[in-house]
Design a protein around this ligand. Structure first.
Ligand code: NAG
Ligand code: NAG
Ligand code: NAG
Ligand code: NAG
Ligand code: NAG
Ligand code: NAG
Ligand code: NAG
Ligand code: NAG
Length: 454
C-alpha cells in the first residue's frame, strides 16, 4: 500500500479559500515521491484573500474567542456566586433553627454571614449619614449600636459551641436589635409616597437587590421583574417576574413577597398570549404589554386571566430602543396613572407619550417629546414627567438619564444623572410609584434603585 499525501503549493505568498472547480484541472498534478509515495500538487490561485488579510482575520478570531471566553468566565463566576448566595441567603430565624439542628456545620457560616450583614449595614448607615450631611443624630446612635452588635458577634464566635442556649439567646437579641435598627433606618429614609411636590429626579442610588433570575439561568436575558404599581388590598407585597431567552413574552410568575421571590417559590404561573418587547408592567393586578398580532397594546387580567387589546393607529413598529429591536411599546405607571411610550412616523421616530384611560383602555392624551427612540436605552414616567436613559459609551456599566419631558408644562430638559448597571444591557426599566423605586431586569439579574428627588 502506498501512502497518499496531499501537498498544497501556494502561488506567491498567499493562501486561498476556493472550491475545487475554480482550480482548473491543469493546476492539479500528480507525481511519485522519493520513497515511492504518490504526491499530489495543487496550485491555488492568488485571488480571494491576501496573506495579510488571513492573518488579520486569524487575529480577529483569536480576539473574539478570547472575549467570548472572558464573558463566559464572568457569567460562570457570577452564576456560581449567586447560586451559593441564593442557597445561603435566608432570614436569621432559619439560621438560628439550623444552629439548633446541626451546630457543627452551621455555626461558623452563620457568624460569618451575620458579620457580613453587619458590615453591609454599617456601610449603608455611613453612606446615608454622608448624603444627609450628618444632620440626623440618629446615625451616630445607630453606629454605636452596630459596633456593639459586631463586638457581640465576635464574642459569640469564641464561645464554646456546645453552649447553644447562650448562643441562641444572644443571637435572638442580636436579631431583634438588627430588626429595630433596620426599622429606625427605614423611618429616617422613608420615601414620601405619592408626593409630587418636588423638582424631579436628582440622583439614583447604587443598584440594589442584585439576584440572578428565578430560572437560575443567565441566558434568560429578556424579561422583567417588579411589583404591582397599584396593588389590590392585601397584595401590596406581591412581586412578579417573567424571563425568557428571546424577546417574546409568554409567561409571568407571581410571588407573595420578596422572600418567596428570592426563594423562587411562585404561587402562580400565568401563560401570557402573544407578547413581545419586554417593556411590560403590572398595574391594578393587570399586566400591560405589547401584543404581536395585531400590533397593539394588550392587557392581561391576573385575576380572571382575560385579555384584551387596543390598536394605536399611529404607533410605529419601525422604532425600538437601542438594546433590542422589538421594543415598540413601553408601558409605565406613575403617581398619575398608566402610560404607554412609543414612536410614530409623524414624530420621525421621536418618543411619544400617551396617557391611558384605565377603565376604557383607550388613549386619553398624547404628547410629542424630543428624544429619538433609537438612541434611548429605555424610558419611564414619574409624576407626569417622562425620563429617557441612554448608555454611556466610554463606561460600559454606566447608564444615564439624559432627557426629561414634563407632560404638564411641555418643558423638556437635558440631564446627566448617571447610574450603575450590573451587566451592560437591559430591556425592562420602570418606576414604581408605590415604593418610589426603579426596577431593572439587567440581562438576567434583578436590580432596583432608590430614586432621590429634588
Ligand atoms: C498576491 O496578491 C497580493 C495581494 O493581493 C499581491 O500583493 C501579490 O503580488 C500577489 N502575488 C502573486 C504572485 O500574484
Ligand atoms: C491555473 O490557474 C490559473 C489561475 O486560476 C489560470 O490562469 C491557469 O490557466 C490555470 N492553468 C491551467 C493549466 O488550467
Ligand atoms: C454640610 O454641613 C456643613 C456644616 O454642618 C456645611 O459647612 C457644608 O456646606 C454642608 N455640606 C453640604 C453638601 O450640604
Ligand atoms: C455622620 O456625619 C457627620 C458629619 O458629616 C460626622 O461627624 C459623623 O461622625 C458621622 N457619623 C457616622 C455614624 O458616620
Ligand atoms: C455599647 O456597649 C457599651 C460597652 O459594652 C455599653 O456601655 C453601651 O451601653 C452599649 N450601647 C448600646 C447602644 O447598646
Ligand atoms: C392576592 O394574592 C393572592 C395570593 O397571595 C392571590 O391568590 C389573589 O388572587 C390576589 N388577589 C388579588 C385581588 O389579586
Ligand atoms: C380583572 O378581573 C376581575 C375579576 O373578573 C375584575 O373584578 C377586575 O375589575 C378586572 N380588572 C381589570 C383592570 O380589568
Ligand atoms: C396620526 O397620523 C395621522 C396621519 O398621518 C396624523 O394626521 C395625525 O396627526 C397623527 N396623530 C397623532 C396623535 O400623532
Amino acid at each position: 500500500m502506498f501512502a497518499l499525501l496531499l501537498l498544497l503549493s501556494f502561488v506567491g505568498a498567499a493562501s486561498a479559500w476556493t472550491s475545487l472547480e475554480d482550480w482548473g484541472s491543469g493546476n492539479v498534478t500528480a507525481s511519485a515521491g522519493d520513497s515511492g509515495q504518490c504526491l499530489c500538487h495543487v496550485y491555488l490561485p492568488n485571488t480571494t484573500f491576501s496573506a495579510s488579510r488571513v492573518e488579520h482575520m486569524q487575529q480577529v478570531t483569536k480576539d473574539l474567542i478570547l472575549e467570548v471566553n472572558i464573558q463566559i468566565e464572568k457569567i460562570d463566576r457570577y452564576n456560581g456566586k449567586l447560586v451559593v448566595f441564593l442557597s445561603e441567603l435566608n432570614n436569621l430565624d432559619i439560621r438560628v433553627r439550623m444552629l439548633e439542628s446541626n451546630p457543627d456545620k452551621y455555626v461558623k457560616l452563620d457568624f460569618e454571614l451575620l458579620s457580613m450583614e453587619l458590615r453591609e449595614f454599617e456601610a449603608l448607615v455611613t453612606e446615608l449619614n454622608e448624603t444627609l450631611n450628618g444632620t440626623s443624630p440618629m446615625f451616630d446612635s445607630l453606629n454605636v449600636e452596630i459596633r456593639n452588635m459586631t463586638l457581640s458577634v465576635k464574642r459569640l464566635e469564641s464561645y464554646d459551641q456546645g453552649n447553644l442556649d447562650v448562643i441562641r439567646l444572644e443571637f435572638s437579641k442580636l436579631q431583634k436589635k438588627l430588626d429595630d435598627c433596620q426599622k429606625e433606618l427605614e423611618d429616617i429614609t422613608k420615601p414620601d409616597i405619592g408626593n409630587c411636590n418636588h423638582q424631579g429626579i436628582v440622583s439614583l442610588s447604587k443598584p440594589m437587590a442584585i439576584q440572578l433570575n428565578a430560572n437560575l439561568n443567565p441566558s434568560y436575558t429578556y424579561g422583567g421583574w417588579g411589583k404591582d404599581s397599584k396593588p389590590a388590598q392585601g397584595n401590596e407585597s406581591m412581586y412578579w417576574y417573567g424571563g425568557y431567552p428571546g424577546p417574546s413574552v409568554h409567561d409571568l410568575n407571581l410571588y407573595s413577597d420578596y422572600n418567596q421571590l428570592i426563594l423562587r417559590s411562585s404561587f402562580k404561573l400565568h401563560n401570557i398570549p402573544g407578547g413581545t418587547g419586554n417593556n411590560y408592567i403590572v398595574h391594578g393586578n393587570t399586566m400591560y404589554y405589547q401584543y404581536n398580532s395585531p400590533f397593539s397594546m394588550s392587557k392581561f387580567n391576573l385575576t380572571s386571566s382575560k385579555y384584551d387589546y387596543r390598536v394605536i393607529p399611529n404607533a410605529s413598529q419601525r422604532f425600538s430602543y437601542s438594546y433590542s429591536s422589538d421594543q415598540n411599546m413601553d408601558f409605565a405607571a406613575d403617581e398619575n396613572g398608566l402610560w404607554v411610550i412609543y414612536a410614530t412616523e409623524e414624530s420621525k421616530g421621536k418618543l411619544v407619550v400617551a396617557k391611558i384611560d384605565v377603565p376604557s383602555f383607550g388613549v386619553e392624551n398624547v404628547w410629542s417629546t424630543g428624544a429619538y427612540k433609537r438612541l434611548v436605552g429605555n424610558a419611564f414616567m414619574v409624576c407626569g414627567v417622562m425620563y429617557a436613559t441612554r448608555p454611556v459609551p466610554v463606561a460600559p456599566n454606566t447608564e444615564e438619564i439624559f432627557y426629561s419631558y414634563d407632560t404638564k408644562s411641555g418643558q423638556e430638559r437635558q440631564l446627566s444623572i448617571p447610574f450603575e448597571k450590573f451587566q451592560q444591557s437591559y430591556y425592562n426599566l420602570h418606576y414604581n410609584p408605590s415604593d418610589q423605586k426603579l426596577y431593572m431586569y439587567n440581562d438576567g439579574y434583578y436590580v432596583s434603585y432608590n430614586v432621590k428627588f429634588n
